[in-house]
Structure formats: structure tokens, C-alpha cells
Design a protein around this ligand. Structure first.
Ligand SMILES: NC(=O)c1ccc[n+]([C@@H]2O[C@H](COP(=O)([O-])OP(=O)(O)OC[C@H]3O[C@@H](n4cnc5c(N)ncnc54)[C@H](O)[C@@H]3O)[C@@H](O)[C@H]2O)c1
Length: 348
């Protein structure tokens, strides 16, 4: 709902050229013919114009290349908008371990700049797309609830938590109708190959080892990106301002199990799994209690194995997409991250 009590018609989506943002824009335009979307994206290494190429010529879609931390660009992008969905972020934990300046600039300061512009423009909804990683490591048997204290343990998670704090301040101080979502690990098409599942899939397709951190028994709750998009769309319409919503699918799996499933799906040998030196400070487990969202009649429609199969199939059928991504900045990152762990691999 916006200030007039109607569902949003004109949305500003930030970070729309990334993984979840591009899936969300496709989802919105498919599900709601009357919605128009402005996509503000800086096109960092993670932003890929190929992800929305098929929308060129669609009069409901407009792209602005710009930084959410640039107040002038944000002010222009905000004109006539009745809701904001902020996906824009530096998102990769491993990169945040090399240095978190960009994470703080975008995920904290950028969020503040967006909030301020939304407040001035009188936006009727502001969804901050956050992560289950803000809760930190979750002991066995427990599931994080929205009221739990935050205990981020990586520079990435700390930056996302910082962005959330700004959102809460804008709700408490100015009553800007902010909703914070904390989703679990997503799988689906168009995710950058630096992230675990696409890394496993594309390495397997290249016949290269799948680097699995430590014993590989870290547990994550996997969510199909389309189920995430449906939850965000629902919250745009029915979420309560000032509230936080967990978005998880109750699909807990160990990382090594996910690697094995990818190999099985591609009919590749399990021997491609290579246990490598662990990520420092690696959280063992995330797990969400999503009953607050489920009370709004949301439930994931895709089981984990089905979601993983669809994701693997997408990478098999879109080799041109991931080969292009792996040719760029990726090779440098891969060498720095995995070179010594895998004995000199370049990954490009
Ligand atoms: N991927 C997951 O599993 C997951 C889970 C929970 C939450 N999230 C959150 O969802 C959001 C989207 O994640 P993703 O995996 O699609 O990320 P991504 O890395 O694939 O995409 C991020 C996008 O943001 C853009 N961007 C980065 N800095 C920007 C800036 N300063 N101004 C404008 N655009 C900028 C990039 O160009 C890119 O298009 C993030 O906020 C992330 O924290 C992701």
C-alpha cells in the first residue's frame, strides 16, 4: 500500500541487475501488468545487464545507472515512485574479508541516502532486503526469530545489520513505512558464480574441483529465488510498516550435501569435491523461524531438490551467460580466494 492506500504502481528497485533483483523485476512485471519499475543499479562487478536484456523495449521498465550512495541520482530516481525495494548491496562474505570499505559505503551509507530520499519524496513503502546472516551463528535446535538480538560475525553481515539500523531509525523517527526482510540463502538462475551453488555447478561443468570450506558441514536454509520474490511482493502489499519478516523455506542442508547433489544432477564423480581451508569466522548454521510471514499465507512452492535441479538446468542451458561472467573480474577473485587453497587454480 502507498500513502493513498492502494497497492504500489510505480516502484524503485535498486540493485536490479543482480541475482535476486533481476528475478524480482521479471516476477513483478509478469505478475502485475499495471506496475512500472525503475531500476537503479551501479553495475558493479555483480551487476549484469544481460540479466534484464529481454526487458529492453518494455515501456514499463526503465534503467538508471547510478549509485544508491549518490544523493542527486537517488533523488531523480525517486520522482513519482510510491514504493522502494532495496536490493543494492555488496553481497559476498568472502570479498568482505579482503576489505569492507565498499560494503560500508553501499550497505550502510547507501541505505541511509535512499531512506532520506524516500522520506523527502513521501514514499509509501520501503522494503529493505536483508539477510539471515545478521543473526550470526545459530546453535543446533534453535531457529532465529525476528525479535532475537543481532549478532553479525562477518564484515558483510555487520554492514547489512548497519543498514537495518538506519531503517529502524527512519521508522521510529519519521514514520517512514519501512519493512525489513531477512531471507535465507537463495538458489536460482542468474546468481554470480562466486556464490556456492553456481560455483559448484560451473566448476563441475568445467570438470574442475568443487572447493568446499572446512568439513563442509555448515548448514544453510535454502530458498528458491522465486519464492523469495513472491514473499517480497506479498509484503509490499500486506506487510506491516516498522516490522521485520524472516523469509526461510525450512530446507536445511549441509554445504557438502549440496555439492554432492549438484554432482549427482550433472552425473559427475563425487571425487570432484575438494575440502579446502575454511573461511575465517565461518558461521556453522543459519536457520529461520518464518511463522510471522507464513501467517500472511505465504509458503514456499518449491522443494529444495526441485529448486536445485531447476537451477542446475538453467546453468547448463545458459553456458554463454556464466562463461562471460567468469571471463571478467572473476578470475582475479578466484585466484586470490582459492588459488592457494586449490594449489594454483585460476578459475577464469
Ligand atoms: N543471495 C542471497 O542468497 C541473499 C540472501 C539474503 C539476502 N540477500 C540480500 O539480497 C540483496 C540482493 O542480493 P543478490 O544476491 O541479488 O546480490 P548481487 O551481488 O547478485 O547483486 C547486487 C546488485 O547491487 C548492485 N549494486 C551494488 N552496489 C550498488 C550501489 N552502490 N548502488 C547501486 N547498485 C549497487 C550491483 O551492481 C548488483 O546488480 C542484497 O541486499 C543481499 O544482501 C541475498
Amino acid at each position: 500500500m502507498n500513502g493513498s492506500g492502494l497497492p504500489p504502481r510505480r516502484l524503485l528497485v535498486t540493485g536490479g541487475c543482480g541475482f535476486i533483483g533481476s528475478n524480482f523485476i521479471h516476477f513483478l512485471l509478469r505478475e502485475h501488468p499495471d506496475v512500472a519499475v525503475v531500476n537503479l543499479d551501479k553495475l558493479t562487478y555483480a551487476g549484469n545487464p544481460d540479466n534484464l536484456r529481454d526487458l529492453e523495449g518494455d515501456s514499463r521498465y526503465r534503467f538508471i545507472r547510478g549509485d544508491i550512495a549518490d544523493a542527486d541520482v537517488v533523488e531523480q530516481a525517486m520522482v513519482g515512485v510510491d514504493a522502494v525495494v532495496n536490493f543494492a548491496a555488496e553481497t559476498h562474505v568472502d570479498r568482505s574479508l579482503f576489505g569492507a570499505d565498499d560494503f560500508i559505503r553501499t550497505d550502510v551509507h547507501g541505505t541511509y541516502v535512499l531512506l532520506r530520499a524516500a522520506q523527502v519524496a513521501g514514499a509509501g513503502r520501503f522494503i529493505q532486503v536483508s539477510t539471515d546472516e545478521v543473526y550470526g551463528d545459530v546453535p543446533p535446535g534453535k531457529r532465529s526469530r525476528e525479535s532475537d538480538p543481532l549478532h553479525p560475525r562477518s564484515p558483510y553481515a555487520a554492514s547489512k545489520a548497519g543498514g537495518e539500523m538506519q531503517c529502524i531509525a527512519f521508522w521510529e523517527t519519521y514514520r517512514l513505512p519501512v519493512i525489513i526482510t531477512r531471507a535465507s540463502n537463495n538458489v536460482g538462475p542468474r546468481q554470480h558464480p562466486e556464490k556456492a551453488v553456481p560455483l559448484f555447478v560451473t566448476n563441475a561443468l568445467r570438470g574442475e574441483p568443487l572447493p568446499v570450506y572446512g568439513d563442509g558441514r555448515q548448514r544453510r536454509d535454502w530458498l528458491y529465488v522465486e519464492d523469495h520474490c513472491r514473499a517480497l511482493d506479498l509484503l509490499l502489499r500486506r506487510g506491516e510498516p516498522g516490522e521485520v519478516y524472516n523469509i526461510g523455506a525450512d530446507n536445511e542442508r549441509e554445504n557438502v550435501e549440496v555439492a554432492a547433489l549438484v554432482l549427482r544432477e550433472l552425473e559427475k564423480p563425487l571425487g570432484l569435491i575438494r575440502h579446502v581451508e575454511d573461511r575465517p569466522g565461518h558461521d556453522r548454521r543459519y536457520a529461520l523461524d518464518s511463522s510471522k510471514l507464513r501467517a500472511l499465507s505465504w509458503a514456499p512452492r518449491h522443494g529444495f531438490e526441485e529448486a536445485l535441479r531447476a537451477t542446475v538446468r538453467w546453468y547448463v542451458e545458459n553456458e554463454w551467460w556464466w562463461r562471460r561472467v567468469r571471463e571478467g573480474d572473476f578470475a582475479r577473485f578466484y585466484a586470490a580466494q582459492y588459488g592457494h587453497r586449490l594449489g594454483g587454480a585460476t578459475g577464469g
